[in-house]
Design a protein around this ligand. Sequence first.
Ligand code: NIG
Ligand code: FE
Length: 398
Amino acid sequence: MTTRLWRGGRLATLAGEQGWGLVDDGALLVGGDGLLQWVGPSADAPAADAVVELGGALVTPGLVDCHTHLVYGGNRALEFEQRLHGASYADIARAGGGIKSTVAATRAATEDELLAAATKRALALRAEGVTTLEVKSGYGLDAATEARMLRVARRLAGLGLDVRTSYLAAHALPPEFADADDYIAAVCLWLPELHREGLVDAVDAFCEHIAFSPAQVARVFDAARRLGLPVKLHAEQLSDQGGAQLAAGYQALSCDHLEHLSPTGIRAMAEAGTVAVLLPGAFYALRETQLPPLAALREAGVPIALATDHNPGSSPTLSPLLMMNMACVLFRMTPEEALRGLTVNGARALGLRDRGQLVAGQRADFCVWDGGHPRELAACFGHNPLIERVFKGNRGEA
Ligand code: NIG
Ligand code: FE
C-alpha cells in the first residue's frame, strides 16, 4: 500500500472545536486507503513512498457544500429582473413562477440534458475546492422526475466528488394537485421506492407560508423516520413557522436559511444537536434585511454551517468562497467560522463525521491554496486562489 507525504505547507487543520489549528511548515501523510495517517510539523514527518513539496502554500480541508439544488432545467434570469422591478420572491411564487417555472423546465429535460447542465455546475464548484456536495431533488414534484433528478445527482459522483442526495419533493405544490395534503400523501408514497433504489441519503422539505405547514412537514418526516432516513428542513426563511422546533423534534441533521428563527427554535436545535446552515447567497439575492440570529446561535452552541444553496432562483451562485466573504460581511461571521461552516460543520449538516478537519483518521480530502493565512479565503471575493484540490475519499489510492 503506497503512502504519500505532502510537506512544507501551512496547514489550517481546524482540529478541535475552535481555532484555525495552524501548523506552520506542516505535513500530511496520506495512506493507500485514502485516509490521513499522520498530520504535524514537516520536521517530524514519517517516511513515505512519495513526497510532494507544498512550497509554503496554504492547506485546508476540502470544502463541503451541504445545501444545493444543482440539478434542474432552464434558468430564472427573468425573475431576477422582475424582482428588480419590485416583485418579491413570494409574489412570483404565488403567481406560478419561481420554483414552479423550474419544475416545468426540469420535467421537460431528459436525464442526459440534466446531467450535462449539472456537470458544468459541479465542475465550477469543484474548481473552488468542493470535495463533498449535497444535491436536492424538488424540481420534479412527480415520482418519475424526482427519481431522474436524484439519479443525475448520483451520476455527478463520476466527477470525483462525494455526492449526498436529499429528497425534497415537499418543495412546492405541483399543478396537478389542488390540495396540499393530497400532495403530501403522494410525497410520502414515492419515498420508499426511491430509497429502495438507493437514491436518498436524507429527506428535506420547505416549511413556509408559500410552501408547506409544519403539520404537513411532520407527515413527510414520519415517512422518513419509518425508513430510518435522517431529515433536514428549509426553515424560517421568510417567516417564523416553528419549523426549527419541529425538525429538532425529529433530530434533524440541519435547519437551513433561518433568518426568522426564534429563541425557542434555537433552544430546540441546540438540544437536538441540529446544525444551522446559513445561506448568504439567498439572503443577498432576495435583498433580505432580517439577519439570521448569529449571536444567539453562537451563545446556544449550535454548530453553524455555510453553503451556496445553488439554485436558479434565489441563489444562482457557484462560488463557495464568495459565500465565505458574504457570511462575514453580511452576517458578521468570523473568517474562521466561515471556513468551519464550509468544512467540518458542513459535513456535520450531512451527518458526516469523517471529513472536514485535517486530523489523522479523517479522509484525505484537502485543498492547496495560493495564500499564507486561511483568513485570506474569506477576505477576498471574485477571485479563486485554489492551486490544487485533492480528493481521496474512499478511492483507495495514495
Ligand atoms: O433554498 N427556499 C426554497 N428553496 C430554495 C429556492 C428554490 C428556488 O427558488 O428555486 C432555496 O432558496
Ligand atoms: Fe435550498
